[in-house]
Design a protein around this ligand. Structure first.
Ligand code: UDP
Length: 151
C-alpha cells in the first residue's frame, strides 16, 4: 500500500488546525498508521529539506519548521502521494485553489500549514527521518468491516 508523510507545520498547530486536517484525510478514505506531536531537531529539518539547501530561503525554512511543535503523520492508501498533494494545493497559497488546504487556510508560502511527500521515494526517506518502524501500524489494520463490504 502506498504511504506518505504528512506534517501539520508549526503555523497549522498554532492555529489549531490539526483536527480539521486529520478529518479531511480520514474522510477521503485514507488510513492513518502513525502520528505524533514533536519538535524537529535542526538535523532532522536540514535533512528533510536537503533539496533546498542552496536556496535563499533555506535558513528561514529551517528556522520556521523548528520554531515550534509539528504534528507528523504517516498515512496509507491508493495513490496517496498524488491525491494528498492535490488536497494540499499549490505551494504558494495565493496559487492554491479554494477547496484545497492551502487555498482554504493560508496566505503565504512561508506559512503554508502542511507538508506532504512529493513521491513514494521521498515518503520513505521522510518517514524514516521521523518515525521508528515500531511506531507505525503495519499492513492493512482492521478498522471494523471493510468499507466495501455489502451486508
Ligand atoms: N518555501 C519557501 N519559499 C519559497 C519556496 C518554498 O518558504 O520560495 C517553503 C514552503 O514552506 C514550502 C517548502 O519550502 O512548503 C518546501 O518547498 P517545496 O517546493 O518542496 O514545496 P511543497 O512540496 O511544500 O509544496
Amino acid at each position: 500500500m502506498e504511504k506518505t508523510y504528512l506534517m501539520v507545520k508549526p503555523d497549522g498547530v498554532q492555529r489549531h488546525l490539526i483536527g480539521k486536517l486529520v478529518q479531511r484525510f480520514e474522510e477521503k478514505g485514507f488510513q492513518l498508521i502513525g502520528a505524533k506531536m514533536f519538535r524537529l531537531t535542526r538535523e532532522q529539518a536540514e535533512y528533510h529539506y536537503e533539496e533546498h539547501k542552496d536556496k535563499p530561503f533555506f535558513g528561514e525554512l529551517v528556522a520556521f519548521i523548528t520554531s515550534g511543535p509539528v504534528f507528523g503523520m504517516v498515512w496509507q492508501g491508493d495513490n496517496i502521494v498524488a491525491l494528498s498533494r492535490a488536497m494540499m494545493g499549490k505551494t504558494n497559497p495565493l496559487d492554491a485553489a479554494p477547496g484545497t488546504i492551502r487555498g482554504d487556510y493560508a496566505l503565504n508560502t512561508g506559512n503554508n500549514i502542511i507538508h506532504g511527500s512529493d513521491s513514494p521515494q521521498s515518503a520513505d526517506r521522510e518517514i524514516s527521518n521521523f518515525f521508528r518502524p515500531e511506531e507505525l501500524m503495519t499492513g492493512d489494520y482492521p478498522v471494523g468491516l471493510p468499507l466495501n463490504t455489502v451486508t
